[in-house]
Design a protein around this ligand. Structure first.
Ligand code: SF4
Length: 362
């Protein structure tokens, strides 16, 4: 049983973060933010996948101004990501950003920071203090060295220093992230930060890599932190379509039994006992599951040794045989079919079950 760390609560639009709120899954667009049509299209795909908060890069004034038009066409809260330029942060907030991610120490001084904080306060917009290993102040690097798993202190001190700059402006609607591309430094850093502050934490491994490397690194770091109750919202960072970040995010939460969204698929890796062509079958089933919302448990198994056991446990399942397959529904044999007929019948039953679940839920 996971016991979550007690944190303050902030709100990004209608999404609560911290203070016992569900751990929210977020992503970041990789379109040109000033291209409203492309950005909105990507956000719609992310919304469909279950993304709950979306961050957009704001590299210039066109992007900051575009936020208004983007927001009008999306459902989830929008966070503006700004570096160095306080005017962009103010413009983003005035154009409807529901949170901003900044590094208060690199905005160019107290007066500029004050203008950003005033705008955030006036629009009830929280601020994410986001530091990463590459942006740590020189004096902290000199004192603590570059962050390592043994000594992540520079990251934590940098984050807390930036938080203090906001607190000095009597601003407390804050969440914090400290990003490293190293798994162990991420774990050590967030553990230490969690001991030092009760602001909600955005956790993640930055520049984690492609689909496989990034998923593994993020799952190890975030899995350990979430299991220890640390983390209130997160992004799985992948060099990939951001929709994959959301899918991985929910699988991570599901594997820790923290949250469930959509169906769960169990499928076997196949072995020398497999007598049907399971990979394309499993891929096709998975493709259909990605469009579904209810929490069906689905099994796709290659043989009659372990297959029927798992297939029986699932709401619906297949166990392959020698050129044939058995479909199970709710633990009972539903039909035995030749391999060629298996997939269409299975998918039809799967979609029927999804509809039944939806009706029961409505
Ligand atoms: S379910 Fe059967 S085919 Fe699949 S890995 Fe297990 S023993 Fe092999």
């Amino acid at each position: 049983m996971i016991r979550r760390r007690t944190t303050r609560q902030i709100h990004v639009g209608g999404v609560a973060i911290g203070g016992g709120a569900p751990i929210s899954v977020q992503s970041m667009t990789n379109t040109d933010t000033a291209d409203v049509t492309a950005t909105v299209a990507q956000i719609h795909r992310l919304e469909e996948a279950g993304c709950e908060l979306i961050r957009v890069a704001v590299p210039g004034p066109e992007a900051a101004v575009a936020i208004r038009a983007i927001r009008e066409r999306i459902r989830i809260p929008l966070i503006a990501d700004i570096h160095f330029d306080s005017r962009l942060a103010v413009t983003a907030v005035e154009h409807g950003a529901q949170a901003i991610r900044i590094n208060p120490g690199n905005l160019g001084g107290v007066d500029k920071l004050r203008r950003v904080v005033d705008a955030a306060r006036a629009h009830t917009v929280p601020i994410r203090v986001g530091v990463n290993s590459g942006s740590i102040e020189k004096d902290l690097l000199k004192r603590y060295g570059y962050p390592t798993p043994e000594r992540p202190d520079a990251l934590i001190e940098s984050a807390l220093r930036n938080v203090r700059l906001l607190e000095q402006q009597k601003f407390f609607e804050i969440k914090i992230s400290i990003k490293s591309s190293d798994t162990l430094t991420t774990i050590a850093g967030y553990r230490q930060l969690a001991d030092r502050t009760d602001y909600p934490l955005h956790i993640g491994v930055t520049e984690a890599g492609g689909l496989i490397a990034g998923t593994v690194k993020s799952s190890v770091a975030l899995g350990i932190l979430l299991f220890e109750g640390i983390g209130d919202t997160f992004r799985i960072s992948l060099t990939r379509d951001p929709v994959e970040e959301i899918r991985v995010g929910y699988e991570l939460l599901r594997s820790l039994r923290i949250r469930e969204r959509g169906p769960e698929m169990i499928s076997c890796p196949t072995c020398g006992r497999t007598r049907i062509d399971l990979f394309p079958l499993a891929e096709e089933v998975e493709r259909h599951l990605q469009t579904m919302e209810t929490n069906l448990k689905v099994a796709v198994m290659g043989c009659v040794v372990n297959g029927p056991g798992e297939a029986r446990e699932a709401d619906i399942g297949i166990a392959g045989g020698h050129g044939v397959g058995i479909i199970f529904k709710k633990g009972e044999i539903f039909r035995k079919l030749p391999e060629a007929e298996l997939l269409p019948v299975f998918l039809e039953e799967l979609h029927k079950m999804e509809e039944e679940r939806k009706q029961q839920g409505s």
